[in-house]
Design a binder for this molecule. Structure first.
Ligand code: ADP
Ligand code: ZN
Length: 207
């Protein structure tokens, strides 16, 4: 099954994607993670992507589309995948249509006030990508791989505001674009609860 996750930054797409991967096996393809890997390299491109991400703006469509195209042509994506953070513009969605057929778009829905609160308290494992929240996780060490957790540069207040504006303007029109295959889920409650309704939906879909 080919799934895309829609929703504002901090709405819980990454956490949801990991649970789907765990139970259904489709690989999670997070463009944010792909870009964070690029940023670790020592190159002109790395420096460019780093400064874009730190401002909360979007990486240019052309590069983003190229990276996703390469990634989903790999063998592990043969039977399906979950795109987390892509597409983020109508232009990207149109390009994706030309590459493959998406079965379903899951909209992870959360109000901006809660998002700002969750992002400002989000801790990320730089090694394995696991996500924690300082409100309910009282340690600086990743439970999965023991690396020291960090606050992402773009989870700082100034950047959060900008990312939400970029979402409103560029990404929210995708809700309309995918209206014929949209499944909407609220992530206002626990991550487990959000996942439960998505799981039921995916199981029905697969029948
Ligand atoms: P979040 O969903 O929490 O905002 P991501 O990890 O998905 O974070 O993305 C972090 C940053 O990576 C974005 O703010 C943007 O600069 C860049 N990025 C990720 N995906 C895309 C995309 N599809 N198009 C353009 N830029 C992207
Ligand atoms: Zn870890």
């Amino acid at each position: 099954m080919k799934i895309i996750l829609l929703g504002a930054p901090g709405s819980g797409k990454g956490t949801l994607a990991k649970k789907i991967t765990r139970d259904f096996g489709f690989p999670q393809i997070s463009t944010g993670d792909l870009f964070r890997a690029i940023v670790k390299e020592d190159s002109a491109l790395a420096r460019e992507v780093k400064s874009i991400m730190e401002s909360g703006a979007l990486v240019p469509d052309e590069l983003t589309i190229e990276i996703v195209k390469n990634r989903i042509s790999q063998k592990d994506c043969e039977n399906g995948f979950i795109l987390d953070g892509f597409p983020r513009t109508v232009n990207q969605a149109k390009a994706l249509e030309k590459i493959t057929d998406i079965d379903s778009a899951i909209l992870v829905d959360l109000d901006f006030e809660t998002i700002i609160d969750r992002l400002s308290s989000r801790l990320t494992c730089p090694a394995c990508g696991e996500i924690y929240n300082s409100h309910n996780y009282d340690s600086e060490i990743c439970q999965k791989c023991s690396a020291t957790l960090i606050q992402r540069d773009d989870d700082k207040p100034e950047t959060i505001k900008n990312r939400l504006e970029v979402y409103e303007k560029n990404t929210s029109p995708l809700i309309n674009f995918y209206s014929d295959r949209l499944f909407k889920v609220s992530s206002a409650n626990s991550a487990e609860e959000t996942y439960r309704s998505v799981k039921t939906f995916l199981e029905k879909f697969g029948e």
